[in-house]
Write a protein that binds this ligand. Structure first.
Ligand SMILES: [Zn+2]
Ligand SMILES: [Zn+2]
Length: 89
């Protein structure tokens, strides 16, 4: 078992996996943080209207879920980050 990146607590994979369920099959292995340090916001992804994952401590709610961010990187070779970039162009 790996400790949480944020608080160093041992990750309870069962609890975190349940919490991550809306995120298209992502697992604790993709995060390395515990359930206490994770917030899931449902229906917030601009790509798929699915749930997004918010690391605790981040003030901004991501626009992309991890799956859509990964999709975007795969298709364009560019990392869009967690949020829609409305500032440029
Ligand atoms: Zn933690
Ligand atoms: Zn998405």
């Amino acid at each position: 078992m790996k400790p949480c990146q944020h608080c160093q607590a041992v990750i309870d994979e069962y609890i975190l996996d349940k919490q991550l369920e809306p995120l298209r099959g992502l697992t604790v292995d993709d995060f390395n943080i515990c359930a206490d340090c994770t917030t899931i916001v449902s229906d917030s992804c601009v790509g798929c209207s699915g749930a997004v994952y918010v690391p605790r401590g981040d003030t901004a709610t991501p626009d992309y879920c991890p799956a859509c961010r990964a999709d975007h990187i795969e298709r364009t070779g560019q990392d869009p980050g967690w949020n829609l970039d409305t500032a440029s162009t």
